[in-house]
Design a protein around this ligand. Sequence first.
Ligand code: GDP
Ligand code: IMO
Ligand code: MG
Length: 431
Amino acid sequence: MANTVVVGTQWGDEGKAKVIDYLTNHADVVVRFQGGANAGHTVVVNGIKFIFHMVPSGIMTPSKACVVGNGVVFDAEQFLLEVDELRATGVSVENRLFVSDLAHLVLPYHKLEDAAAESTKGQGKIGTTGRGIGPAYADKAARTGIRAGELADWDLFSKKFNSAFERKQKLISAFYDTAFELSADAVLEQYRALREKLLPFITDTGSYLFDAVRRKKRILFEGAQGTFLDIDHGTYPFVTSSNTVAGAACTGSGIGPGLIDHVIGIVKAYTTRVGNGPFPTELTDAIGERLRTVGGEFGATTGRPRRCGWFDSVMVRKAVQLNGLTRFALTKIDVLNSLDEIKICTRYELSGKKIEQFPTSLKLLEKMRPVYETMPGWKTDLSGCTKLSDFPSEAITYIERLRKHCYNVPILIVSTGPDRNQTITVEPLDS
Ligand code: GDP
Ligand code: IMO
Ligand code: MG
């Protein structure tokens, strides 16, 4: 596979990590380019489950390189936890895991600020993952952030840290009703110890990636979150604090758009959302509960139950536009196995008017009534299917209808279970 960006087309948790892990065999380098430890990326290899928050999901394939790009907000503590877990499982990360020196650090005061900001929002609470993502990106944009590469010069790092800490302490104590229970000295001491372990990973990853491209290595860009959590194009303010769309793969890795060949959108066969915000096709009935139970729809980062609903083609059509999708990877179709009938939202309706486009206004989105096409379920276990032609005709029809409502984007992969081997490739991957 040539250089390929993989992004979520909905509200996250589409199964990006499963597909990334599968595709890593056809790539040389996997790079995370945005988000931080808010991501919960699940990979299942031979029945053993790994959840990554910071380390790219390609790490389970030995000999492939993994990069945490400059667009990520880097949680050093979480990263080292995952590195330790990988080492304990016998997965070597030596000389194949790299972190951008330009990635901004998520520091303990960012997590405190995240919790403090949420606690004051009442009804408007976003329902963040509490991983300090918003405050870390805010500091980056305000030019008061500290980057991973700055750990190399301890004196300078300490100075910057102390000044940032003092500012945060004043801001948080003055504005929020939150005790600022952090000691600058204790955090610095903690980071002095972490630093020794971190420095070997930190490098100029933009140059590393460009060199790899020049040597004809294939890069896989691993998106986090989903299109509708994008800070610009998502359901603002119920979004995350980074651009999650495919364009961010370039700014977040240091590789220009001319070097990207494909953009794969991960499409879950139904829709889920964690946290607050509008969700037109949400099911608050027994079917929603069934999707949650059968699909194991509980947040990989926070354990919160995910809200579940029917597939929304209005959203995915918008995702095709925003990401320039060239292929779909359809996941979790098996979760629908036992349903009598299945619905696809084809458009919305508002006061008797047909709405085909995802509205940019949150107020309008909240009022949208989904219009459904209903089709019979297949009531068959798909897990034994190794090719699409093994699928019952009702499942093929579902896939074809879904595609038809989403500009007929070709499907590259259909995933029928969480394990790496529960994957059907519809087209040869080396094309
Ligand atoms: P990500 O954030 O997009 O990487 O997705 P998550 O890992 O948060 O959530 C996807 C969940 O669905 C994980 O528990 C995966 O193991 C699981 N999963 C992925 N693909 C499939 C599939 O095709 N079928 C089923 N049943 N589970 C899947
Ligand atoms: P992956 O990569 C699903 C949601 C949170 C909240 C909003 C803002 O696993 O798909 P944040 O902590 O980012 O400030 O929270 O975004 N959110 C996710 N939902 N999957 C994710 O990541 C998410 N990362 C953040 O629930 O609604
Ligand atoms: Mg997830």
